[in-house]
Write a protein that binds this ligand. Structure first.
Ligand code: FES
Ligand code: FES
Length: 151
């Protein structure tokens, strides 16, 4: 099937198999490998992207379901050389170790701040509940999102 999607402001027209998952479309067809693939159970959240402004686990969405829609991935978080405050917060507050979970964390955090610019610690923890980090205790991740909210 042919699909047309806009990813990080650029339009792509591609032939895809109907069974292709959005995460694989982004990684393997568009080479946007910042979106990670970490489980086969829709649990880890490393694959989160924005689909028409809403965070989705891209391993639960077929590429054909994204036809005609606007997608934002972690590659579209910064503006040229200027990092998004969420990215700066993760740097300032040491919100990552191996970094595998980080792109999904940041995409969900960006959505949270877009919809709730002054989230409480509880709001942040609830928003990130679908994101698993195997390295940390989430303390610095929460601080990073608060840092972004205050910057
Ligand atoms: S790859 Fe784990 S939730 Fe999508
Ligand atoms: S920083 Fe390693 S999984 Fe989160």
């Amino acid at each position: 099937m042919q699909i047309t999607v806009t990813v990080n402001g650029r339009e792509y027209v591609r032939e895809v198999e109907p069974r292709l998952l959005l995460v694989h479309f982004l990684r393997d067809h568009l080479e946007l490998t910042g979106t990670h693939w970490g489980c086969d159970t829709s649990n880890c959240g490393v694959c989160v992207v924005h689909l028409d402004g809403v965070p989705v686990k891209s391993c639960t969405v077929l590429a054909v379901m994204a036809d005609g829609q606007d997608i934002r991935t972690v590659e579209g978080l910064s503006w040229g050389a200027e990092l998004d405050p969420v990215q700066r917060g993760f740097i300032e507050c040491h919100g990552l170790q191996c970094g595998f979970c980080t792109s999904g964390m940041m995409m969900t955090a960006r959505w949270l701040l877009d919809t709730n610019p002054d989230p409480s610690e509880q709001d942040i923890r609830e928003a990130l509940a679908g994101q698993l980090c195997r390295c940390t205790g989430y303390e610095n991740i929460v601080k990073a999102v608060r840092w972004a909210a205050e910057s």
